[in-house]
Design a protein around this ligand. Structure first.
Ligand SMILES: Nc1nc2c(ncn2[C@@H]2O[C@H](COP(=O)(O)OP(=O)(O)OP(=O)(O)O)[C@@H](O)[C@H]2O)c(=O)[nH]1
Ligand SMILES: [Mg+2]
Ligand SMILES: [Zn+2]
Length: 287
């Protein structure tokens, strides 16, 4: 039988299948080959004399380490407009990370009750060129959640963002609607019981959602030349710079630079250059 691992605790895996959630053990061969089943894994379960057994793990489309979840296809990147204030650099760095992992970001700015129209307009401008969906919401009162709810469909979605942004509030609101419809999910929402170490997929309709603890730093690296691949607003101009392999920094005849202030926002471009230079320095030190 096929299913998705929604939770793993103490050597047991809980697999959502068409016949309900099955408690399974993994085959010994996985441990021998150093394969750890992940929440989010699509698996085949077989019945053995010892009980339900994970027999096969299907190929993963993505793997995240924090949270430790496979096959995430979309991330709701939740930042509060205020309290805490937006750390723009952290936000941009996280977007780069998601691009590296081939996970589609959705920008969710929460606590719209604490911000002005002008602030929201400016943020919209800053990220316009990325093509990422942008939502301004008020998770606490449930304002503006309809589109987010609809966009969960057919995805495994991760909620990520700094501590205090309102991720858990959002998750409760999104699943709360469903609780009223099916009366089934609230039982699994007692967060805090197994917080950071056991990621758990929450079912909302036919979609799956995973909450994460807030982060305040991101730790990953790459070659500086790689960075440009993770800025979707640059893609359109690929091959149009004077120099092959242009890094859109100090090179003359750079098509990307010519777009800054037009289709590419200054904020995003400045962040690109800053991060690019940091990576150059970082990689120099390595040698
Ligand atoms: N003003 C305002 N406050 C909100 C809103 N949504 C959530 N909050 C508050 O923000 C605080 C943090 O919310 P959480 O949902 O716990 O934040 P979190 O992102 O899950 O934080 P971590 O679990 O620490 O990563 C709580 O006090 C919420 O009541 C909102 O729309 N407006
Ligand atoms: Mg939380
Ligand atoms: Zn260029």
């Amino acid at each position: 039988m096929e299913g998705i691992i929604i939770k793993g605790i103490a050597g047991f895996y809980y697999v959502r299948t068409s016949e309900g959630v099955l408690e399974c053990k993994a085959r010994g061969i996985f441990r021998k080959n150093n394969i750890t089943p992940m929440v989010g894994d699509r698996v085949t379960v077989i019945a053995t004399p010892e009980g339900n057994t994970l027999d096969k793990i299907h190929e993963r489309s993505s793997e995240l380490m924090r949270p430790f979840v496979a096959n995430i296809s979309q991330a709701y990147v939740v930042f509060a407009l205020r309290n805490p204030d937006i750390n723009v650099e952290l936000l941009n760095k996280f977007l780069v990370y998601l691009e590296m992992k081939h996970i589609e970001p959705v920008l969710v700015f929460n606590k719209s009750d604490l911000a002005t129209e002008e602030e929201m307009t400016n943020i919209r401008e800053d990220f316009k060129g990325t093509g990422y969906p942008i939502y301004f919401i008020e998770a606490k009162s449930g304002l503006g959640l309809d589109d987010l709810y609809a966009q969960l469909r057919n995805h495994i979605t991760v909620l990520c963002g700094p501590s205090g942004a309102g991720k858990s509030t959002l998750l409760n609101k999104l699943s709360g609607n469903e609780t009223m419809e099916t009366g089934d999910i609230s039982v699994r929402l007692n967060r805090g019981k197994h917080t950071t170490r056991h990621s758990e997929l929450i079912e909302i309709n036919d979609a799956l959602l995973v909450d994460t603890p807030g982060f305040s730093t991101m730790d990953f690296t790459m070659e500086a030349e790689e960075l440009k691949n993770y800025f979707p607003e640059f893609y359109e101009y690929e091959g149009e710079c004077r120099f092959n392999g242009c890094n859109h920094n100090r090179e003359p005849g750079c098509r990307v630079k010519a777009e800054v202030g037009k289709t590419i926002s200054e904020a995003r471009y400045n962040y690109y250059v800053k991060y690019y230079n940091e990576l150059v320095e970082e990689n120099k030190r390595k040698w």
